[in-house]
Design a binder for this molecule. Structure first.
Ligand SMILES: [Fe+2]
Length: 274
């Protein structure tokens, strides 16, 4: 039997997150294959096509060797990687994007808002102080990860309220809502503002797979992220996703969620919960 790919199981995540630390694993249905690779601050997802691989979210420069190991474990050469795609410009999803894209010499693919933000050298808008405590409250449920030296030195220019996201890797032309992901048949990008203005999800309609970044979290059994920047946009995003044929949610934090009615099972938390 094939050896399972190792996943971190930090003790604090086991104690504080009802859903527990996410396992690594391969999910396959109707022409789509996704590998979950839990990393230091968030889960990286590998979208595995017949001859190409797209890599979604790389939170830390320290995640790069684990991702290369995951490719090897899948039996896919690193030369098959066609793009690195952050779901949004928050540091816990993006500090490792530039090092990985440069190591593999592949482009960074962004939605229109993130692309504009990066090109203008501005930080995206962050949630105000009323919501910001959710970010700190969620950190123990992620296992209270510490930043390695390389993230302190270079990573914090990415995805922070003061960071200008100075990518040195090349940027692909921005994708608009509904555009197919180049090189990854069946996958498209959806603009899903709410948690952040630039948030995108990646959707494979035939399989019902949705890689959803921080739009959905799974620390407490599957919940809409309580940290948001745009309440109205988030309400529209929730309604839109509830109308799509989604059967599997791949959240940025916590284990994968599955079921025929999975989006309607995702809870909107009362404001006092983390
Ligand atoms: Fe986020």
């Amino acid at each position: 039997m094939a050896q399972a790919f190792p996943a971190p199981r930090p003790i604090l995540a086991r104690l504080t997150s009802r859903s527990g630390p996410p396992p690594a694993g391969v999910h396959q249905r109707d022409g789509a294959l996704v590998m979950a690779v839990p990393n230091r601050y968030s889960v990286t997802y590998l979208l595995v096509g017949p001859e190409t691989v797209g890599i979604v979210d790389v939170g830390s420069a320290a995640d790069v060797p684990r991702i290369l190991h995951a490719l090897e474990w899948l039996g896919r050469p690193a030369s098959q990687v066609c793009a690195v795609i952050p779901t949004h410009l928050h540091f816990d999803h993006v500090m490792g994007i530039d090092p990985l894209a440069r190591a593999l010499d592949v482009p960074v693919v962004l939605g229109p808002v993130a692309h504009r933000t990066v090109q203008r050298g501005r930080a995206p808008r962050f949630p105000d102080h009323r919501h910001r405590w959710h970010a700190w409250a969620g950190w123990p449920m992620q296992g209270l990860p510490f930043l390695p030296e390389r993230d302190w030195r270079q990573g914090l220019a990415f995805g922070t309220p003061w960071g200008t996201n100075p990518f040195r890797a090349r940027l692909a032309p921005p994708l608009a809502d509904g555009d197919p992901l180049p090189g990854l048949p069946g996958w498209c990008l959806l603009e899903t503002p709410g948690h952040s203005e630039d948030a995108v999800c990646l959707f494979h309609e035939q399989s019902g797979f949705l890689v959803c970044g921080d739009t959905v979290r799974n620390f407490l059994g599957g919940e809409w992220n309580p940290l948001w920047v745009d309440a109205e946009g988030f309400a529209r995003t929730r309604e839109r996703l509830a109308g799509l044929p989604i059967r599997t949610l791949f959240p940025g934090h916590g284990p994968v969620l599955e079921g025929p009615d999975v989006v309607r099972q995702v809870r909107l938390l009362p404001p006092y919960l983390p």
